[in-house]
Ligand binder design. Sequence first.
Ligand code: XMP
Length: 536
Amino acid sequence: MNDPTGTTTVHQHSSPSLDPDNILPEDRILVLDFGSQTAQLIARRVREQRVFCQLVRHNLSAERIAELKPKGLILSGGPASVYGDKSPQPDPAIFDLGIPILGICYGMQAFCQALGVKVEPGLSREFGRTRLQVVQPEELLRDLPDEFVAWMSHGDQVQSLNEHFETLAVTSTCPAAAVKHKTKSIYGLQFHPEVTHTAGGSQILANFVNNICGCRGTWTMSSFIEKEITAIRNRVGDKRVICGLSGGVDSSVVAALLAKAVGTQVSCIFVDNGMLRGGERDEVERRFTEHFKTDLHVVDARNLFLDALANVVDPQEKRKTIGRLFIDVFRNEALSIPDAQFLAQGTLYPDVIESGSNVDGPSATIKFHHNVGGLPAELGFDLIEPLRDLFKDEVRQMGLELDLPDDLIWRHPFPGPGLAVRCLGAVSEDRLKTLREADTIFIEELRAEGLYRAVQQAFVVLLPVQSVGVMGDDRTYENAVALRAVQTDDFMTADWYPLPHDFLSRVSTRIINEVRGVNRVVYDISSKPPSTIEWE
Ligand code: XMP
């Protein structure tokens, strides 16, 4: 179903925080998403100008766009060719709305075609950095050098303009690298200003958003928080809100926001599924009492999960078992709370976009993820999703403004199925204990060495392998563990991190000396792809 912004979503209940006339700031830019890998990045870059920006479907009607009152439209790039059978097209009426438009790559070709400029089919793709010469340093290219490096990725291109358009910049192979309509506020770029390889890309977007669209740059996190708080108060009234806590950043930020908005009407539920890391449950309880002072329900379901997982070896089965049990346990606890009408979830903007804008059909399922954010609509609560307009780094910023501690804000993500997918093969209490102890040492040492923030995720994996060792004069035949530490921007791809040898050596010595049952430590030097971050 669609939310009021026109962003396609899969959620049953959409938050009134998206009501364009209620909470959103009036200066808003919409990105019409033609399927580019960098469409989200455009939104991020515009938000860096303190202007609120959202992705919408490429074919959102001009009527709906007019209702949303954006100050500007950006037509993103996309993988299609305007010559393709079903090439995505914008509603042609958007060119008469009088709202400034910036077309990027395919977005430019799409409006050129719609406005009578011939787009030549590409004989080969141009991909990578290219030098651009500015011909007319007017509004869009103001304050940029005469020549700069831009990043291209296209096949088709415009060779010659018609009488309505003029050229702003060229490259040696592209005579219309930046163009402008002579009478309307319509601009096009054959290159991508949103990627960092384009020197001055941010300046170009700033010129569009500020000078051409007239945005005032007033979107700040504190104003966003204030508006969210008002929206939550109005919506919740005197009812009760339930919030699932996972111990991670997103659910903690949601809890902090709710606590601020409707403090005593919030009940948080934390399920101990027995797959948590060392000290995690105590940590969540301690933090909670320090920071939120609202009702907390800790459900001890360790035995239930352990029993259900006793003979489960297949990773997907583990995930499904944990996901199913989690929903049961959560539902039972939630239903025991009187007056509960709302359920708050830490859904983020990329989740909303990814679950809805699958232009080419679903991509291959590599792992069937389960997390706290994924409670089904059948639970019967009305959803509150206060983070659904935010990117991850904006959530962190919100957390900082809500006074959450630094170490929580920068905590590595932890998968919903927890240690079950790091304890390869069957899960048992003993094996989990071994894994927990080794993991605690690794993380402790990373923090002590100041390396915790240099990597985005680090953990220990308990292998289903026993190997021979020697301790004192005795032969041992015990477990092997693997250390994993990766650097990544988005967790879709990742590189293994070159931890210093002396550091690895110290961690290995400590684990083998201090954790009973481990006599071998290896370091995982695989990147994603072809490996994944988790081993299961
Ligand atoms: P992979 O292993 O797919 O992991 O490279 C990418 C990111 O996703 C996390 N992950 C999960 N998160 N439920 C979750 O909530 C899951 O089932 C799950 N599996 C992997 C993983 O920790 C990494 O951050």
